[in-house]
Design a binder for this molecule. Structure first.
Ligand code: P5A
Length: 445
């Protein structure tokens, strides 16, 4: 993409109403625009990041054996009357009436709808286990929408639902989700710690939230610092292997880590003092096992191997896809702007032409642009007639992890400069070597 033809409405000034850094930077970098309280347009740069987060979530869900689909945003109130949640959900639910006076709602979550789909089509244990998921917009009429996309009213969520014949198999689904979430967040360059939490309006006793430690997080968390040393890494997991998934879950849930809702002072005080940590955290996901809470009242039953009709055991599993864009910035920024991890960056590499209109510089930039594209990479070429300082400031603000700077002086010696946004370190090399280096970096992502 050539910046002269892109739509990147960056702001020079700090927006007054943005209280936290990710909100400020998303507005300044032209990623989002607020349309109403807690409701945002995703401008081209923000939309690219959102799609990258979604892509990683999809890939990791499919790797774990979960099946993508898509349910609507609007739901019939009658389904929610069946589960008893239509009244229980309260004012957070946006209720709508259509021209025929039918009650609808903008879905805050989809347990009822997926249970309805299941009961319409599945009747035997032989069709289980089954996990379906989608990535769809949700609406929760939060009392205090704030911090930009972090606590929106309309927000994008990945929500998945498992159906299993018994509790044991459903607990495996729970464990499988925990393992797959650990992989997912790590691929995005984030450390998200599973913490024992409260289940709120979704229900059930078994639930973990995934929290990214950040001073601006809305949750208060208590943990053993040993958990921050754990890395998922490159292990190949067989997601059907119950013992393997259970062992990974044990590894991650052995150190104490809880949100304030479930915090236990006595257990916490048993940790050696130097490892006892309290912090704030951003909740980027939550998994639940709630057994037959929805299948029983809604009649989602299967015939088991004994020929008995039994309600299915279920759980649901959510990732805050749009919130992650904010959380990623909270965890990756400096005074000059965003620093995208390679896995989610909107463009792989920036090209800055220090002397637009100079024959040699223009030709070298065009050459780099083409060569990067041929390697399957997407560069953002700043081809505007702007001062070098302004071009650097824009690149730093929007946070592309790598920048190639091209100027007439360097070109005389046959070199361009490759700069890491994270470390600020620069290295001179031939344009060919710069392309090869950037391609090599992304080959492992
Ligand atoms: C699990 C999937 C559920 O709704 N039902 C389907 C379950 N869980 S949850 O914890 O309530 O939400 C899942 C994740 O969605 C994100 N989230 C939000 N993101 C932005 N703005 C909001 N107002 C908001 N509310 C929830 C969180 O990341 C949460 O973990």
């Amino acid at each position: 993409m050539r910046l002269s033809r892109y739509f990147l409405p960056v702001l020079k000034e700090n927006p007054a109403d943005a209280q936290i850094v990710s909100h400020r930077l998303m507005l300044r970098a032209g990623m989002i625009k607020q349309q109403a309280a807690g409701i945002y347009s995703w401008l081209p740069l923000g939309y690219k990041v959102l799609r990258n987060i979604e892509r990683i979530v999809h890939e990791e869900q499919i790797r774990a054996g979960h099946i993508p689909m898509l349910m609507p945003t609007l739901q019939s109130a009658d389904l929610w009357r069946e589960s008893g949640r239509y009244d229980a959900y309260g004012p957070e639910m946006l209720r709508i009436r259509d021209r025929h006076e039918r009650d609808l709602l903008y879905g805050p979550t989809n347990e009822e709808m997926i249970t309805d789909i299941f009961r319409s089509h599945v009747g035997s244990y032989k069709e289980l286990p089954l996990t379906l998921y989608h990535i769809q917009w949700k609406f929760r009429d939060e009392v205090r929408p704030r911090f930009g996309v972090m606590r929106g009213r309309e927000f994008l969520m990945k929500d998945g639902y498992n159906f299993d014949v018994d509790k044991e198999s459903a607990i495996h689904a729970y464990n499988r989700h925990m393992v797959s979430y650990l992989r997912t967040y790590e691929r995005m360059g984030l450390q998200a710690i599973p913490m024992r939490a409260d289940s709120g309006p979704i229900g059930g006793d078994d639930t973990h939230e995934f929290l990214v430690l950040a001073s601006t997080g809305e949750s208060e968390v208590f943990y053993d610092s040993a958990i921050t040393d754990l890395k998922f890494g490159e292990r190949a997991v067989n997601f059907d292997d119950r013992a393997e998934c259970e062992a990974i879950v044990k590894e991650w849930t052995a150190p104490y880590a809880r949100t304030d809702e479930t915090h236990d002072e006595a257990l916490f005080n048993a940790i050696p003092e130097e490892r006892r940590k309290t912090s704030r955290g951003i909740e980027v996901g939550q998994i639940f096992y709630f057994g037959t809470k929805y299948s029983e009242p809604m009649g989602a039953v299967v015939v088991n191997d004994q020929g008995e009709r039994v309600p299915v055991h279920m759980g649901s599993h959510g990732i805050g896809v749009s919130r992650l864009a904010g959380a990623l910035i909270e965890a990756n920024h400096d005074d000059n702007g965003i620093i995208w991890p390679e896995g989610v960056t909107p463009f792989h590499c920036g090209i800055v032409n220090l002397r637009q209109g100079d024959g040699a510089a223009d030709a070298a930039c065009e050459g780099l642009y083409k060569a990067l594209a041929e390697k399957g990479l997407e560069p953002l070429y700043d081809d505007r007639e702007e001062r070098a300082g302004a071009k650097f400031a824009t690149m730093d603000l929007i946070g592309l992890p790598w920048r190639i700077t091209v100027g007439p002086r360097g070109l005389k010696n046959g070199v361009v400069e490759l700069t890491s946004r994270r470390t600020g370190e620069s290295e001179e090399m031939s344009p060919e070597a710069a392309v090869a280096r950037v391609a090599e970096i992304y080959a492992g992502v």
